[in-house]
Design a binder for this molecule. Structure first.
Ligand code: ADP
Ligand code: NA
Length: 350
């Protein structure tokens, strides 16, 4: 079987928010205790929506500082930015030829981001999941921690791995490069692992603080909709106080959150920050009004997030250190990625 390896990425676009932190980065930190991990700032992905950025390199450093401030250890694990390792783009090209246009057209993120004028979206936006599959599979990573919104892209990564394994099964066998793995109840053989998503928990999908039907997002024009990792204590408290709620008290059972997306979101945020379940939160706060719950939530959010903001500022001030982490991580990642690409070129006959 494949040796367990964790890979994930975050785009260098805009401020990191509580959704990124609870849905992704906090999981990165937890997984590094027992796994080898590769965490990547996916700068090439950020070109799909907007080619010209004024401060791409600065944004890349900021996300890196957030990784480090949250507790990711760049000595034990690999932290780097995608564009340093050209093998990502090379494998993405191969995967563009493995994947079918129909697969890409079905992606809900593409439909959302491209909007009505689909013909005018970049070709990169359509092919985004193919690059994402390459990011993961160029390391033959087995586990990918992400928020709920990335589920569909990870299914596509599995489809691409499976099609490559099938299309080249005799070459893979001939070269002795096949690995046996368990997929559900089946034992299959292939060059690429069928990657497992690591999604779930109370905070897999954090919603906007202003609208319980939209996910918390970097691109939401309303700054009140999200808590940024760089917000100070007073700002965090103010945004939570202003968060949309309904007039009812908190229920004492999770069932009572049905049809109350804003309430469910705040309870999920509390559970995520406290590393507990929604049910446990309701056991403590059920029957209370939102005013009291919001005060407790603000205190908890400040306690958990404010130290990260302080640490981010400290790390960001040392630009040479951050650049050194990315350079060193890029060199280590590059060696692993090249070993895979050498096999892939052999398999394909390039
Ligand atoms: P964004 O979606 O904010 O533009 P990215 O696409 O770079 O950010 O996502 C980085 C990680 O954060 C991904 O694993 C994604 O699933 C996760 N994530 C983003 N938004 C949320 C959210 N609202 N709730 C939970 N996880 C999220
Ligand atoms: Na996203």
């Amino acid at each position: 079987p494949f040796k367990p390896l964790v890979f994930s990425g975050v785009q260098p676009t805009g401020n990191l928010h509580l959704g990124n932190y609870l849905g992704a980065i906090r999981k990165f930190v937890a997984l590094q205790e027992t796994n080898d991990c590769i965490y990547c700032v996916v700068d090439l992905h950020s070109l799909t929506a907007q080619l010209v950025h004024e401060d791409l390199a600065e944004q890349t450093r900021a996300i890196t500082a957030a990784f480090l401030a949250s507790g990711i250890d760049p000595k034990k694990h690999i932290v780097f930015n995608q564009s340093r390792v050209m093998q990502h783009a090379e494998l993405a090209w191969i995967f563009n030829c493995v994947a079918r246009i129909g697969w890409m057209n079905r992606m809900t993120q593409f439909k959302d981001k491209a909007g009505k004028d689909r013909e005018n979206a970049s070709l990169g936006l359509l092919a985004y999941p193919s690059l994402m599959a390459a990011d993961i599979l160029v390391y033959r990573a087995t586990h990918v921690p992400v928020g709920d919104d990335q589920k569909q892209h990870l299914e596509l990564t599995r489809d691409i791995a499976q099609k490559f394994n099938n299309d080249f099964s005799s070459r893979i066998a001939e070269l002795g490069l096949g690995v046996e793995m368990q997929v559900g109840d089946e034992t299959v053989n292939g060059y690429f692992p069928i990657t497992e998503p690591v999604i779930g928990g109370p905070a897999a999908r954090i919603m906007s603080l202003r609208d319980g039907s939209k996910k918390m997002s970097k691109s939401d024009p309303s700054d009140l909709s999200r808590i940024n990792l760089t917000d100070d204590a007073e700002t965090i408290a103010r945004k939570i106080k202003k968060a949309k709620t309904d007039p009812e008290a908190l229920p004492s059972e999770v069932d009572g959150l049905a049809g109350r997306p804003e309430a469910e979101n705040l309870v999920g945020i509390y559970a995520g920050l406290a590393e507990t379940s929604k049910q446990a939160v309701l056991k403590e706060f059920g029957g209370q009004q939102f005013s009291a719950f919001k005060t407790a939530l603000a205190d908890l959010a400040v306690e958990k997030l404010a130290p990260i903001a302080v640490e981010m500022r400290r790390i960001s001030a040392d630009r040479a250190y951050v650049d050194g982490v990315l350079r060193d991580g890029g060199e280590r990642a590059g060696k692993l990625a090249e070993a895979t690409m050498k096999d892939v070129r052999d398999i394909i006959g390039l």
